[in-house]
Design a binder for this molecule. Structure first.
Ligand SMILES: C[S@@+](CC[C@H](N)C(=O)[O-])C[C@H]1O[C@@H](n2cnc3c(N)ncnc32)[C@H](O)[C@@H]1O
Length: 249
């Protein structure tokens, strides 16, 4: 699967995003080319996992891969529960923050080679991360590759019935915005429409945040059970902060 590099590069090199994560607050936005601003909830992402997050984490099964983990509140909460969890993010500031909270994280795009491919029990796409890459079908396809057969994907969707592909820039509304990159915004109905070949495993809204749970096909030649030790040791073998966002196997 080839990476949509524009998205990964834009987040990885976005100074306003890194600065907001370091400060623990916004304002920070995704700005569409028509000037429309989508506020990013940096304060919530930098806080501890809240009731709604914890409910999502209660639903996770086995080993968990948090895709686009940001500053790592979910990774830290799962790690504190003694769960096997890895966060991945293209932003160095996000990975550093996650590691400081006591979580394991890799600086890596979801479209690059990852540890435990085809063996994760749960993949998380939270806080609008179904938008990563701007191509929901490609992202769902990649999630299916990462999960074990019959694995669980939990995705947070937009609180509106939308299905849009946009080009956005990250901006704090003061400094000049960086390069435009593709992003997608999807409500639950749209995500379910794109999820051909997945089984519906749940749909709920909590605290005004909608979620969809999907189960990947259970037929595959690599139907091996997940190996917790193998996943964790392959994570430990890599140092998060020194890594390039470009994959190295
Ligand atoms: C909308 S924010 C969500 C933040 C996050 N879920 C949290 O808990 O703070 C999107 C996150 O996805 C990351 N990201 C963007 N493109 C990515 C990619 N291709 N692979 C992995 N992470 C990516 C960004 O760096 C950013 O941290």
């Amino acid at each position: 699967m080839s990476a949509p590099p524009a998205t990964a590069l834009a987040w990885a090199s976005a100074d306003p995003y890194a600065a907001a994560l370091r400060a623990g607050r916004g304002p920070l936005f995704l700005r569409r080319s028509d000037g429309w601003l989508l506020p990013l909830e940096v304060e919530r992402w930098c806080a501890r996992a809240d009731r709604v997050d914890r409910d999502v984490l209660d639903r996770c099964e086995g080993t968990v891969l948090d895709v686009g983990c940001g500053p790592g509140r979910l990774v830290a909460e799962l790690a504190a529960r003694g769960r096997a969890v890895l966060g991945i993010d293209v932003s160095e500031a996000a990975v550093d923050h996650t590691v400081r909270l006591g979580g394991q994280a890799l600086r890596r795009s979801v479209f690059e080679p990852l540890p435990g491919e085809g063996r994760w029990d749960t993949v998380l796409l939270m806080d609008g991360n179904v938008g990563i890459g701007g191509d929901p079908r490609a992202l769902l396809g990649r999630a299916a590759e990462l999960l074990r057969p019959g694995g669980l994907l939990i995705a947070e969707t937009a609180p509106a019935d939308i299905d849009e592909r946009v080009h956005v820039r990250i901006t704090d509304a003061h400094t000049a915005a960086g390069a435009a990159f593709p992003w997608a915004r999807l409500g639950s109905r749209a995500l379910l429409r794109h999820a051909r070949g997945w089984e519906r495993a749940g749909q709920w809204t909590a605290g005004g945040r909608p979620f969809v749970a999907l189960r990947s096909r259970s037929t595959s030649s690599s139907a091996e059970p997940p190996k917790r030790t193998a996943l964790i040791s392959s994570q430990r073998a890599r140092k998060p902060s020194g890594e390039s966002p470009v994959a190295d196997r």
